[in-house]
Design a protein around this ligand. Structure first.
Ligand code: UD1
Ligand code: UDP
Length: 392
């Protein structure tokens, strides 16, 4: 059999082949530490990065392979942008072709909640390939958020559910997922953060942006469809930012979705009124970490940035109605802000005036998540191996 042991020292006949799926920006910082950790056990595991091409701009993709020191993907599916149905379908078609054309992996590992996550999980599962979901169990309980649908469905069909915090375990158990599939391993994004913090200190982003090292500034990112696809909401957010920039410098690395909408909806003039509002292209991971660490506060609708700001102890104002990462609020520095100009400006002003929310770092956000995952995989494959032997 595939997993048959040879003698008492339990040597595998074949390497255990793993597909690590990446597609969109937040996937890279989740898979890089896992890839690195698995590579330490090259006598046992063969990890392969599969890139769907959901994000493809140099600044949304290739930059991260350099910053995070990841190898070139073993396969690139080149799907690009499309509507949800088309994009998900295209990933499924191409990933299925890849699986049918070559040796199937022993496990497919997907991360987070993007379209690439559910698409590849679904394809693998129907070909009887087990699936592990990294960052399982997060819930916003808001079905209008496309990611919520991706999360719930991916968790439902996954064989190994790797959670970042204990609230996620509870969510999964409530949904009837068997407890023995659920493993609390901690937050893998913090593995990347800790592995790159020192390198990030050496980034030249301040001088590149003509800033002084001790400049006080707020860091902003926005890309949720609920915020940036609709005229009134986007306009309201830009007005709020423009007002805040009267009090503090704002650095706003802009996601391509947001940039496109600002132009298409004719809203760019709001941003041109303030020279204190600096808009940049999406930034590399090291540059972005440096900006996060040194910010007075962060305004965002990103999932990952809510977590990173909690780790750094930097106040974060989340511009959304809810969050799938409530631990950043109950334990960390995160706060949900009502979506109107007055609330946003008032919350920002409070922080500028020194009313900061203090927080602590949640359990297992410690840089050792990838190591815990490899331990889970070791045990999981051992168990399967024993089961196979019993059947024989
Ligand atoms: C996707 C994820 C979201 C995640 C975000 C991270 C889904 C459903 N959404 O949202 O969960 O938080 O990535 O950044 O999977 N575009 C480019 N260049 C690129 C990529 C995108 O110009 O390299 C533009 C295109 O106009 C595209 C739009 O951005 O239509 C949206 O891209 P898409 O991947 O569909 O969704 P995101 O908003 O990036
Ligand atoms: N990030 C980055 N450059 C940027 C904006 C974000 O490197 O210009 C990083 C950020 O530090 C975090 C991740 O991208 O690690 C978050 O991705 P994003 O906000 O796109 O997605 P989400 O987490 O909301 O799904």
């Amino acid at each position: 059999s595939y997993f048959k042991t040879m003698g008492s020292n339990s040597r595998l006949k074949h390497l255990i082949k793993l597909h690590l799926i990446v597609g969109a920006r937040p996937n890279f910082m989740k898979m890089a530490p896992l890839y690195r950790e698995l590579s330490l056990y090259s006598e046992k595991y063969e990890p392969l990065i599969i890139h769907t091409g959901q994000h493809y701009d140099e600044k949304m993709s290739k930059l991260f392979f350099n910053d995070l020191d990841m190898p070139k993907p073993a396969a690139y599916l080149n799907v690009g942008s499309a509507s949800h149905g088309k994009q998900t379908a295209m990933i499924m078609e191409r990933y299925e072709d890849l699986l049918l054309a070559g040796d199937k992996p022993d496990l497919v590992i997907v991360a987070g909640d993007v379209n690439s996550t559910i698409a590849c999980a679904l394809v693998a599962k129907k070909l009887y390939i087990p699936v592990a979901h990294l960052e399982a169990g997060l819930r916003s309980y808001d079905d209008r958020m496309p990611e919520e649908i991706n999360r719930v469905l991916t968790d439902r069909i996954s064989d190994i559910l790797l959670t970042p915090s204990l609230d996620a375990n509870k969510n999964l158990e409530k949904e009837g997922i068997e407890p023995d599939k659920i493993y609390f391993v901690g937050n893998i994004m913090i593995d990347s953060l800790l592995a790159n913090k020192e390198k990030a200190e050496t980034s030249n982003i301040f001088s590149n942006l003509n800033m002084l090292p001790n400049d006080s500034y707020a860091l902003v990112t926005l890309h949720r469809p609920s915020n940036v696809d609709e005229y009134n909401c986007l306009k309201m957010l830009l007005i709020a930012l423009s007002e805040i920039s009267g009090k503090i410098k704002i650095i706003f690395p802009m996601h391509p979705r947001t940039k496109k909408n600002i132009y298409e909806l004719g809203l760019s003039s709001i941003l041109n009124t303030s020279s204190n509002l600096i808009i940049t292209e999406p930034l590399g991971y090291l540059d972005f970490l440096k900006l996060e660490m040194n910010a007075k506060f962060i305004l965002t609708d990103s999932g990952g940035i809510q977590e990173e700001s909690t780790y750094f102890g930097i106040p974060c104002l989340t511009l959304r109605e809810n969050t799938e990462r409530p631990i950043t609020i109950t334990e960390g520095t995160n706060q949900i802000v009502d979506l109107n100009v007055e609330s946003i400006v008032n919350s920002a002003t409070d922080i500028i005036e020194g009313k900061n929310k203090k927080g602590k770092i949640p359990k297992y956000w410690d840089g050792k998540t990838a190591a815990r995952i490899v331990k889970v995989l070791d045990d999981w494959f051992d168990k399967r191996e024993r089961a196979t032997e019993i059947i024989e």
